[in-house]
Design a protein around this ligand. Sequence first.
Ligand code: KG4
Ligand code: ZN
Length: 337
Amino acid sequence: MEFFGSVLAIETSCDETSAALLNGSHVRTNVVASQIAMHKKWGGIVPEAAARAHVEAILPVIEEALEGCVPDALAVTNRPGLIGALSVGVTTAKALSLAWDVPLIGVHHLEGHLLSPLARLTGQEPASLEFPHLALIASGGHTELVHVQEIGHYRLLGQTIDDAAGEAFDKGARLLGFGYPGGRAIQEHGAEGDPHRYKLPIASTKSPYDLSFSGLKTAFLRLVEKEGTTINMADAAASLQHAIVSALVDRCRRALESTGLTTLALVGGVAANQSLRTTLERECHRNGVQFVTPPFELCTDNAAMIGVAGSLRLARGERDDLSMECWANRALPGQID
Ligand code: KG4
Ligand code: ZN
């Protein structure tokens, strides 16, 4: 697998301002400035506020990541995401590419998540991620099962037809008064809870690989309303987590069975969930499937994963120029569905 020399990567698609410096797949620095504290006040992301916060954070974050170096190239998330937020990263990357006279590449945020297991943190062995493989991207904005044939060649097998898995965690957490974002809070509050105390539905979908979380959200709302102050918070959190994890594991199982793929990569913010990681790992182990997932800090949004995807594309001779645009919605590059 061929990587480009040193790459400065920038990620501003949502609520983290991040910059990373990579040498090949080696992540030398990965700085993440989170806007979570600000968005917490409103219980979710306010796009205009996110863009402003990126403007304030971007230069100090880049300066910290660079440690005085001038990289050989720039990689920046240019799709999909909040358009105002994306523009901050893309405009900054263009200015730096012009000033340093180095090449520039725009990266699809989900390709970054998909290739995140290839990023090598200091002191870590490079991940052995085989191609082709099955990937589950589970984040705050996306829940997709992807047949990764090779780098840049993606086949979408299934996806959520309504809410993303991370949204299901976040909305459940809000109902329990845990604030935003809720995935981690659900995990922590549910750690000692009984996952079978409250029965929650796992929706079936027309396509065997699609997912649906809106029925679960409604059922959880009814449960919270019905139980009122008598609700056991730990049991409710554990039951919600169990329902989301079961749905994700079920679709992975079906997709592995029907494709015959022997590697599963779990990526995206929800991949930080301990219950999902251990359940999928156990399931894979039982079926002789290799299980790969990045370290926690590379699950939630970060620039290192954008650097890895960008570096691989740059090494293939791909380039963007100063006319590069950014898009709120865009399919994965090379996607066949
Ligand atoms: O990938 P990410 O940082 O941003 C998007 O691209 O959406 O994912 C953020 C999502 C949030 O919904 C958050 O609640 C969820 O990942 N998340 C978790 C955990 N840590 C983050 N969900 C469940 N358990 C966790 N430990
Ligand atoms: Zn993401």
